[in-house]
Design a protein. Sequence first.
Length: 129
Amino acid sequence: MELKKKEFKYKGMTIEELKKLDVREFAKYVKSRQRRNILRNFQEIEKFVNRINQKKKTKIRTHLRDLVVVPQMIGMKISIHNGNTFVPIEIIGEMLGHKLGEFSPTRNRVKHGSAGLGATKGSRAKSKK
């Protein structure tokens, strides 16, 4: 028995069909907040996609965390700045309609260690050597 991998579809359209769409035509298929962002910044998004297509071999590093992921970006490897370092990600179909900054967290998880000297009543009695 062979298991088939389910083909990814976004709003009933395959990735190939979505890649044929213009950025503004793709805006019709996303939610209202993303649609507004795409329609206001479509020139910036198209310029970014063209820049990526020209630099196929080199690593793409960007500070543009507010760009919405469009179908032309699928399969690309991009490093997104999180305020400290560049976080490498590969764009997949499930990221469509989300902003790049969502995939590069700016805050780390808090890792609580053991209590320091003097933090508890028991540790105050110990010598500070």
